[in-house]
Ligand binder design. Sequence first.
Ligand SMILES: [Zn+2]
Length: 156
Amino acid sequence: MIKDSQKKEVYNFDSAMNSLDNINLNEAQEIVNRICSPYFPNRIPKVKIDNRHKGLNYQFLGNEITLTKKFGNLPLSILIHEIAHFFVRQNDRNLKRKFFSDELPEGHGPEFVGVYMMLLNQELHYGMEVMDHCAKINRVKYNFNSWNEIIQNRKN
Ligand SMILES: [Zn+2]
């Protein structure tokens, strides 16, 4: 079992981040392309709509974000959560970190939350102070280590 010690706290943080602007599932691929291509033009995740699936997830190996119609219209912030998983894992892969080792950030660890916050700021203009406050009251730790690596490598 891979450690994911602040998963519950991040899900609580998610509820606070829920955006009011819902997107249609049919728009999801276009949004994923738009957000990912400036950073990772060579490996854009595919959006799959699977109604047998219970929730949402991101599968790194298949590079797929699975959504379900159960959600109907989807808050953009939830799609951004899944995109943030892709960003962190793709950055690990580019830096040749070994999967299933201690080198890797946890699924919902501080590196993930930092990327998630930066994408929420970029796409939904959430202020960093508000997000910092929500992180604190939900006891969510974050840092910008992965985000800084992503930005660094984009310039190269
Ligand atoms: Zn997640």
